[in-house]
Ligand binder design. Sequence first.
Ligand code: F1X
Length: 309
Amino acid sequence: MILTVTLNTALDITYRVRSLRPHTSHRVSEVLERPGGKGLNVARVLAALGHPVTATGFVGGATGQVVRERLADTPGVRDALVPVSGPTRRTVAIVDPLSGDTTQLNEPGPLITPAEWSAFQGTYGELLRGAAAVALCGSLPPGVPVGAYALLVRTARAAGVPVLLDTSGEPLRRGVAARPDVVKPNAAELAELTGSHEPLKATQDARRRGAQSVVASLGPQGLIATTPEGRWRVAPPRRVHGNPTGAGDSAVAGLLSGFVEHLPWPARLARAAALSAATVLTPVAGEFDRSVYEELRDQVSVTEESSAA
Ligand SMILES: O=P(O)(O)OC[C@@]1(O)O[C@H](CO)[C@@H](O)[C@@H]1O
């Protein structure tokens, strides 16, 4: 099975609102609720691709109960979330149905006590025993040490389980130094990590900092990857319009599923880019339009960069 870690799970709330403007009031035309936080989105996409998944992280309070109930309705995802006393957060994505413009409001999450963090580490160690790969995704809730991902990367490596990291800021910086197999930053996270706004150079820099492979998601431009086997630019055949929330999480699911299926890097990257674009076409994160995914997967362009670049 593939293990996903979402330390800051969420109930994702998506509001459809036409022409959002500050200082005015709006009517919400549609409300959608889904289990969220990046790792739960990855888990849902992996399960839809037919991969058995175990989802761990923290969950608490009435909101956490809703997250668990929704997860129980997702075939293929085993719930191994660790209960905590604080309430799971909500995130709100406000999506304009015409333009696809999205405004995201993310609550900070519950305060995690040292005892809860230590209980999680015990569960994580046990779950790693049956894992083919692990994804560590999203922000850290308050109370979890900033070096948490570095520790979880080291634990996975010691257990011989390949590990992918998708986070931001200082947790990413420290996590990268712990030598994960793959990091998947977006353009802003990569620039913040490396100080470089040139994505190809920045992915190389992130490798020098410790990551073995770096796959950056560049929004509508697709992906750029620097790995020990080569460097590739990956672009979908056309631009898709919709809600981009969760597009990066679907890319992570594509990379991980391709890894456990032993696909070569170019096929893994094509799958990741196609899933990412097919997610933009759905109203919520953690889901994708299957027919668009299958159509795009064969049309994605994967171009190898020369090693002298
Ligand atoms: O606060 P984080 O953990 O960085 O991000 C949380 C979040 O905004 O990311 C997902 C999209 O990637 C949403 O579904 C989700 O709730």
